[in-house]
Design a protein around this ligand. Sequence first.
Ligand code: C5P
Length: 221
Amino acid sequence: VREPDLVGRHVVVSAGGTREPLDPVRFLGNRSSGKQGYALARAAAARGARVTLVAANTGLPAPAGVDVVQVGTAVQMREAVLKAAADADAVVMAAAVADFRPAAYATGKIKKKDGQDPEPVTLIRNPDILAEIAADRARPGQVIVGFAAETDDVLANGRSKLERKGCDLLVVNEVGERKTFGSEENEAVVLGTDGSETPVPHGPKEALAETVWDLVADRLT
Ligand code: C5P
């Protein structure tokens, strides 16, 4: 446990993966387990922060001393994050938010029809929560952190994403079939708008969480 350098601070963490419904029984989802976001929430609470954890479909138990807001979709997550961010000192978007959602929701279960091809699924864009809160900061000096999962050109893609999203720090993960998702471990580089590059060696998600809060705390003072 680090020194309680987040006492008096309110931080918001998003975790998990959104599910975008097609009908009452089906959704488009992703492989995020929520473990990294929960590790971030626990670490911030241990450092003295008041923590709001906006959790999407994780099935994980609520960490002690953390306010958990459960959401399902990206649109619900946007609403919960914007509300919690209004008085937050820092926001860390660790959730895997679906970039697209089905354009239509069928109120009854979609049926297969004999001899007919399925209807194609049309997707529309979801709001980009990270870009929105970074462009329109709820308070001056609010520190905003994004996550990026990349399969190749990790650093170059990370730098351009940091710029595009307008956040202060971007945690870049290399992902693949056997990496990161659902695992207890992570390996990342944290990129800063100040040009900084903080490598976090392969290790528990708790270690990456502590590094993120170290970098956030530096920027809060
Ligand atoms: O664009 P990409 O999905 O790779 O960006 C990842 C980062 O942006 C994560 O921090 C994620 O939480 C955030 N994000 C978001 N809203 C979206 C898509 C991603 O806040 N619609």
